[in-house]
Write a protein that binds this ligand. Structure first.
Ligand code: EPZ
Length: 421
């Protein structure tokens, strides 16, 4: 059995570099299915979710090569099926991007209902609404979603809820459709802008990404080229919070500071020293943390994907904090694990009431999902004694070689293999 073992109590010093954005990579890789020609994608993180989506493209018939570290080339000209492999697709959330991409490429797509982190119901009704508006018939049967259209055409789509996945999927299906598509109340996350920049670099006509109205004029073909993925906002945020929790002085490199503003302002409110440079952020802390209130929201609000990590940090603040989860209906499942480490947290509906404690203590815990796993690492870094984190496979979905990179800034963390019995 694999575990991460963390010896708490070390302060963090030095430099750590953020990798490419997972949630951009898992959208841009399927988008390569729409391109006639070879795409070279740089700054691709070597993480489980990205490797899984690359495996799915390869299964579909794409030629994939790895010319350098964190660089991938994709030639989709050899893809001839619109059916995604059921077993692989049902294991991850982002497999639903194959729906939009295959529909855009072939006018047909068959993809399993997506898996991924479990935070309550995760419907895809808005994706389906978008595909239908573009002229597709959509059906879900026996765990499989099928979409087909004789001819995709541009349309206006209003998203009743701001959805990252639906915004991306509609962009993918619309980019080669006939005519103009307008997505209103679109998500504005940095990875939406990154996908639009990638598609535009390949010849698409997308305007307004990063605002709540995205306009797409369909083009006949996209040609290949080279594109570098942006730094991961959530990974950078996780490192910033880890440095604030453990104390010390850490420079997080390869960051777009504008993407970090909602976190930066909260860290400053807590008394953490944050210095912004062009493409890096320095975190220093040597005084006690003040309690704060946080509410998660779509970008540019405080990201839900940093909610578990900030709760871990607030569990050692000097007073009581409140964190409200406003994106997912059930994203506090990990709190039981944090309590094993001595955190004092009560959940009231969508709000966590966190009474800061002077110190946490090491214990065996589990990574219940990707960001929950990151929260366990952060708590373990400040806990007295040894913490073992089970099921690090969840952490590996989104963080490349986490233990090696954190060790370089002074964390005492290692991967261990324990045999049962
Ligand atoms: C993306 O998930 C991210 N995943 C998630 O990150 C992230 O938590 C989430 O966006 C919000 O930022 C990927 O990019 C692969 P949504 P997604 O559609 O697209 C409701 C991580 O840790 N909704 O923006 O699935 C939904 O229930 C992962 O990296 C509908 O009602 O999220 C939720 O309340 C975990 N109908 C809200 O919208 C729909 O058809 C936002 O979901 C779609 C969504």
């Amino acid at each position: 059995m694999e575990n991460l073992r963390v010896y708490g109590g070390s302060r963090l010093y030095g430099e750590i570099t953020t990798g490419g954005a997972k949630n951009a990579a898992v959208a841009i890789i399927p988008a390569a299915l729409l391109v006639d020609g070879v795409c070279t994608i740089e700054n691709v993180p070597d993480i489980r979710d990205v490797n899984l989506i690359l495996k799915m493209l390869s299964y579909l018939g794409a030629k994939i090569t790895y010319p350098a570290e964190n660089t991938v080339t994709i030639d989709s000209s050899t893809v001839s099926t619109y059916r995604a492999p059921y077993d692989l697709a049902s294991r991850m959330r982002a497999s639903y991007y194959l729906l939009g991409a295959l529909l855009g490429r072939f006018g047909k797509a068959e993809v399993a209902l997506p898996g991924g982190c479990n935070f309550g119901e995760r419907p895809i009704d808005l994706h389906e609404k978008g595909f239908r508006a573009l002229g597709a018939e959509v059906e879900t049967k026996r765990g499989q979603v099928t979409a087909s259209a004789d001819c995709l055409h541009g349309a206006s789509v209003y998203l009743d809820t701001v959805s990252v996945g639906a915004t991306i999927n509609i962009m993918l299906a619309a980019v080669r459709a006939n005519g103009r598509t307008v997505i209103e109340n679109a998500a504005k996350e940095p990875h939406i802008v990154d996908l639009a920049n990638f598609l535009n670099a390949m010849g698409a006509h997308i305007r307004g990404a990063g605002t709540d109205v995205i306009r797409i004029v369909g083009v006949e073909r996209l040609s290949g080229g080279t594109y570098a993925i942006i730094p991961d906002q959530i990974e950078a945020g996780t490192f910033m919070i880890a440095a604030a929790a453990a104390g010390g002085d850490v420079l997080v490199k390869n960051v777009i500071p504008r993407h970090m503003e909602s976190l930066t302002s909260k860290l400053e409110e807590m008394g953490v020293n944050v210095e912004e440079y062009d493409d890096s952020i320095r975190i220093k802390r040597d005084s006690p943390l003040r309690p704060i209130r946080v509410k998660t929201m779509p970008y540019p609000g405080f990201p839900t994907d940093l909610q578990p990590q900030i709760v871990a940090l607030l569990s050692i603040a000097n007073g009581t904090s409140m964190v409200t989860e406003d994106v997912w209906e059930n994203r506090f499942q990990y709190v039981g694990e944090l309590k094993r480490l001595g955190a004092d947290i009560t959940i009231q509906g969508q709000t966590a009431l966190i009474r800061g404690v002077p110190s946490l203590y090491g214990a065996p815990v589990k990574a219940t999902d990707l960001r929950a796993g990151a929260a366990m690492i952060i708590a373990a870094l400040v806990a007295d004694g040894v913490t073992t984190i089970g099921e690090p496979i969840h952490i590996d979905r989104g963080y490349e070689r986490i233990e090696t990179r954190l060790s370089k800034i002074g964390a005492r963390i290692e991967r261990v293999y324990i045999t049962n019995g």
